[in-house]
Design a protein around this ligand. Structure first.
Ligand code: GCO
Length: 258
């Protein structure tokens, strides 16, 4: 991980909670925020996977803790933030990353399946964001980074609930800015393009889809999770103190071309 040269991007003394950070994009962003000086609180619902990730980062010398809770369980979220309060942990940076994908034509989709994706990918960002903001507002400062998607802008067949949720993430980010910017918080979003993750492995392994991504993306390749780190550090740092309600696409140019 490259070292920092500009204090604007220095996260020393800050604590960052990254939901869904045992692996994938969340883990990559957690590593990057830690490399920029933050103390990172990893989150996941699977205690074994979370403990392993936490230990790996601790062995690497990172300042890291963990909070095991399911981001679809409001009581668990509230209890986690009450534990932060009791332990004197102030969450300065929240990355609402946790999410799932469910690929199925809408005519075959059940309503419970629809609700599960919306709850996991959108409602969770509201609930965790609300709990974080309730603590950030009295401090007059805080950074909220929601993770959107190319599908925050464009739809793809068979991923309707994911698309609707990620479109909601874009507008939730603006709603957070509308209500909380005046209290010193900055709420923004990152829209990853087609990234190499476990969630996308089935697509990567599909030669036709792989060729489509490489042909449709000006950069002619899938993105790497660590390629989100620069944008995450920017939005988590004082370098973005006058940036609010924005979504920054890290997509190899896909959204910019027909
Ligand atoms: C899909 C993928 C996408 C990517 C990403 C693109 O099935 O099309 O899962 O949704 O994960 O969100 O920005």
């Amino acid at each position: 991980m490259p070292t920092l040269s500009n204090p604007l991007f220095d996260l020393t003394g800050k604590t960052a909670l990254v939901t869904g950070s045992s692996r994938g994009l969340g883990r990559a962003m957690a590593e990057g925020l830690a490399a920029a000086g933050a103390t990172v609180v990893l989150n996941g619902a699977n205690p074994d996977r979370l403990a392993a990730a936490t230990e790996e980062m601790r062995q690497a010398g990172r300042k890291v803790g963990s909070a095991c809770f399911d981001i679809t369980d409001e009581a668990a979220i509230v209890a986690a933030f009450e534990r932060f309060d009791a332990d004197g942990v102030a969450i300065d940076i929240l990355v609402n990353n946790a999410g799932i994908q469910l690929r199925k034509p809408m005519v075959e989709l059940t309503t419970p399946e629809w609700r599960t994706v919306i709850e996991t990918n959108l409602t969770s960002a509201f609930v965790v964001g609300r709990e974080a903001a309730r603590r950030m507002i009295p401090r007059g400062a805080g950074k909220i980074i929601n993770i959107g998607s190319l599908t925050s802008e464009l739809a793809r067949a068979t991923v309707a609930p994911y698309t609707v949720a990620k479109g909601g993430i874009k507008m939730l980010t603006k709603a957070m800015a509308a209500e909380w910017a005046g209290s010193g918080l900055q709420a923004n979003a990152i829209g990853p393009g087609y990234m190499i993750t476990d969630m996308n492995q089935a697509l990567i392994d599909n030669p036709a889809f792989d060729a489509w991504v490489k042909g449709r993306t000006p950069a002619k390749r899938w993105g790497k999770p660590e390629e989100l780190v620069g944008t995450a550090v920017f939005l988590a740092s004082s370098a973005s103190d006058y940036v609010n309600g924005q979504i920054i696409y890290v997509d190899g140019g896909m959204l910019s071309v027909l």
